[in-house]
Design a protein around this ligand. Sequence first.
Ligand SMILES: [Zn+2]
Length: 246
Amino acid sequence: MVELVQDGKIVAFEQVPAIQWLRCGTSTRRCTFSSANRAENVAEFAQLLRLNPTAMVFSHQIHSDTIEVIDEKYPLQHVIALDGVDAMLTTLRDVMLTVFTADCVPVFFADTTRPIIGIAHCGWRGTLLRLTQKVIGQFLSMGSSPEHLIVWTGPAICGACYEISTELVEKFRAEFGDILFQQGIIRKRHLDLKKLIRLQAVELGVLPANIFITELCTRCRQDLFYSYRGEGKLCGRLLSSIMIEL
Ligand SMILES: [Zn+2]
């Protein structure tokens, strides 16, 4: 079942437990943002989510495992454009964190017991670099317990649609072992990024019941989403945002 709100412009994560202070969403291609200017698009998406952030943060993503904690050292009255960062966390209210994707996985994180949130952009490179686990590690270093974390994904390419090279299959086998094949995360040369993100969260103690993987595939559903594999690199990008609103 596809869960959409706002005239089909936003994916609603209805499975994710409602937390009073937590706001989040992923755009669909029905969002007609006015320009390719990412700062403007982030501001328009905030309006669509009915958020009124004091700061909006995004990054020129590079498929790295670099994580930035957004705290008071930033001028929190602006659009903040980071460079080379693929995951962000914050404990600050009204600071909207955003990632851009088209087939890559937007991964959301929150501590259910206190306001601390994160978001990551995970393609195959970020997944191979265990970016999801590094974000969870950052939560733990900031005092969170894994059993209090919830982790969920936005729309991203499915395993059936995502064929990779033999060389890349071997890189993943070397990093994660045969469990990938035992759990059907890799079938022949098809990689299921979302299942591998779930495995990474479970390995660090996040409860399986607290991990929510959307079945929505960006390539299967090009009527709803942008797909790099389906449309090429000039395709648009989906925005995924998360914010603490107290
Ligand atoms: Zn698919």
